[in-house]
Ligand binder design. Structure first.
Ligand code: ADP
Ligand code: MG
Length: 260
């Protein structure tokens, strides 16, 4: 993969928590405009990898690159400013506030207008020119949540709450969205709906999506490329079908290479 087609990259990244290496010498690149899956069993290091991208964890060794810049020592805010946004594995919402307010919170993560003034013509400047409500409405429509915009999120079913969380990320028009197990806890129907929404987001917002996902079916259906982690190590990379059929990946998941 040539460097200009990679939006996000780790180079020999190691993250240690005491004696445990949550990530060990992980080098991988996310293709610009792709939906890339990060998969592997619980404890493999998937969430840690998203934290590394987002600048939310200290790395013991290695480098992180966003587009053509070394962001290894860039703060989370600086990375957000460069269009990198993440969601969390557990939904974190303002329970008593409306769907609209919860989505608008995502705009607060953007830099302040003073900073934007220095960035005339950049992506951030263009984002700031849009009225917040207009931007949020567009996002809510895409997510199928516009009818519920004034309802407190506490009244929403779990699947819709997950979508609100995604809306919060989307409203700032990220160039790269990092989603941590967005389908966790959803039943089959809601999972399929979420897949549709993710495809629609990818198509309409032309953003790169990095999807941490334990569900191999979802990775197979949505992703153009996948990386499999196990015990902090990168054990496979490539098209999802190839990655998921590798013996090492099947062993990591099922403890048996012959398990279907
Ligand atoms: N803040 C932390 N402190 C100590 N250990 C952690 C911390 N975060 C993650 N770990 C450990 O690092 C490993 C990888 O965790 P994680 O990235 O959350 O895995 P995954 O998301 O693939 O389930 C696990 O063994 C986990 O217990
Ligand atoms: Mg995780």
């Amino acid at each position: 993969m040539s460097a200009d087609l990679v939006v996000l990259r780790t180079d020999a990244v190691t993250v240690k928590y005491g004696a445990l290496a949550a990530l060990a010498d992980v080098s991988l690149g996310v293709a610009t405009g792709s939906i890339t899956g990060i998969t592997g069993p619980n404890g493999a290091g998937k969430s840690t990898l998203l934290n590394v991208f987002a600048g939310l964890t200290h790395i013991s060794a290695g480098e992180v690159w966003l587009e053509d810049e070394d962001v290894t020592s860039a703060s989370p805010a600086e990375r957000v400013h460069r269009g990198l946004m993440r969601s969390f594995q557990t939904v974190r919402l303002l329970e008593d506030e409306s769907v609209l307010t919860n989505v608008l919170v995502g705009l607060d993560r953007l830099p302040y207008p003073g900073l934007l003034a220095q960035l005339a013509g950049t992506r951030s400047m263009r984002r700031a020119e849009r009225a917040p409500n207009e931007t949020a409405t567009e996002v809510l429509q895409l997510l199928g949540l516009n009818q519920q915009r004034h309802r407190p999120v506490s009244e929403l079913p779990f699947a819709s709450r997950r979508l609100v969380e995604i809306g919060r990320v989307l409203v700032s028009r990220p160039s790269v969205m990092l989603l941590d197990e967005p389908a966790a806890g959803l039943d089959e129907g809601a999972r399929r709906d979420l897949e549709e929404v993710l495809l629609a987001i990818h198509a309409s917002y032309a953003c790169t999506v990095v999807l941490v996902e334990h569900d191999v079916g979802l990775v197979r259906r949505l992703c153009s490329e996948a990386f499999a982690l196990d015990a902090g190590r990168l054990i496979a990379a490539g098209p999802p079908g190839d990655v998921l059929s590798q013996e090492s990946v099947r062993l990591a998941y099922f403890g048996s290479a012959s398990h279907d």
